[in-house]
Write a protein that binds this ligand. Structure first.
Ligand code: PHE
Length: 342
């Protein structure tokens, strides 16, 4: 809820609250209302571990929703697994998250797919075959996504002319960007989180770097354009859903969310809503109200109609879903470009 990725937590929380209010209004699960405990890990993996331990041992929760950023989900997931309390991450996409163990699930696609989506988009849609990659070495998400992008891009005949890194919290990217500029790439793939991406974009343009900017779901924040200004406009990123999707499920969700919060729901809000609804669906199907029974039921999730698409939990406890590509067109405006299927 705070820290340099604060909008991820705030946005996700809004989606979760809306879902649980809806469920409780309709009578809850097996005659019981769901109680939500929410703590802020300040964007720190160590704090996520502390909080999950507290949620399990003191608050005695029977199911966990979170985290968003993969490094935090990996750290917190180890605690959930140790105590055998199921955890459902709304939107952590690094493969390692659910590999922590059989109590860890997610309702989003994973980064080998997301990376290939942006590589395919660059080559097939933009016809741009010379890429530079600028990754955050402190985030599992960023490192993984960069690797998966590079693999697919090269496989498709693209050339990666530069592959350099920064660390979360950095504010000056000029030396790396200068070396990237010297390689003259057509696209610059920055699979980081919005705070650094905004600054990277600004400094890249200041240095005269003209490459098309590309990224992943980590760009999905109303703060992206606040920080990056005009420099991020024209960039493209992959995401979990588009609020412009005309299907009734999406439009109904968007209308409800707008009425409640006075804003358009981000992909994170939609994923938060879906994570809570998938959890509730599993609780309803569970043989009893226990973490173990919830785990069994979660693993059986099939064809659950979410806002972000049809959700089936596979053997690896991941969801296989299409991705959308969005274009940054102006302040807080991301418009739908295309859908890419697995
Ligand atoms: N996928 C990112 C991660 O795994 C988190 C994220 C999800 C960020 C959705 C923004 C939107 O770290």
């Amino acid at each position: 809820m705070t820290g340099s990725e604060s909008t991820f937590g705030v946005s996700t929380h809004k989606g979760i609250l809306m879902a649980l209010d809806e469920v409780n209004k309709a009578g809850g699960v097996k005659g019981k209302k769901i109680q939500l405990k929410n703590y802020d890990d300040q964007g720190q993996a160590s704090e996520a571990v502390t909080i999950v331990t507290k949620l399990i041992t003191q608050d005695k929760v029977s199911l966990l929703l979170g985290e968003v950023a993969s490094s935090r989900s990996i750290a917190a997931g180890a605690v959930a697994q140790q105590y055998k309390v199921p955890m459902v991450s709304p939107s952590s996409t690094n493969p390692k998250v659910t590999q922590v163990g059989d109590y860890i699930f997610r309702v989003c696609f994973i980064d080998p797919f997301q990376g290939s989506v942006m590589a395919r988009f660059a080559i097939n849609n933009l016809k741009l075959k010379k890429a530079a990659v600028f990754r955050d070495i402190k985030a599992d998400y960023s490192v993984g996504l960069a690797n998966f992008f590079v693999d697919e891009y090269k496989k498709m005949g693209g050339e990666v002319v530069a592959d350099v890194s920064y660390a979360s919290g950095d504010m000056d990217f000029k030396s790396q960007l200068t070396s990237i500029k010297g390689k003259n790439p057509d696209v610059l793939f920055v699979p980081g989180y919005y705070t650094e991406v905004g600054l990277v974009a600004r400094q890249a343009r200041e240095l005269g770097l003209k490459a098309v900017l590309l990224g992943g779901d980590g760009w999905d924040s109303e703060k992206l354009t606040e920080i990056g200004g005009d420099a991020v406009v024209g960039g493209y990123f992959s995401n979990h859903y588009s609020h412009e999707d005309q299907s009734p499920v999406v439009q109904n969700f968007v209308a409800q969310f707008k009425a409640r919060y006075g804003e358009v729901p981000s992909g994170l809000a939609a994923q938060g809503y879906d994570a809570a609804m998938v959890a509730v669906d599993a609780m309803k199907r569970a043989s009893e109200l226990s973490p173990k029974a919830f785990r069994e039921a979660l693993a059986q999730t099939k064809n659950f109609q979410g806002v972000t698409g049809m959700i089936t939990i596979n053997e690896e406890r991941n969801a296989v879903k299409p991705a959308v590509v969005l274009k940054v067109v102006g302040p807080q405006k991301f418009s739908y470009v295309t859908t890419i299927n697995p």
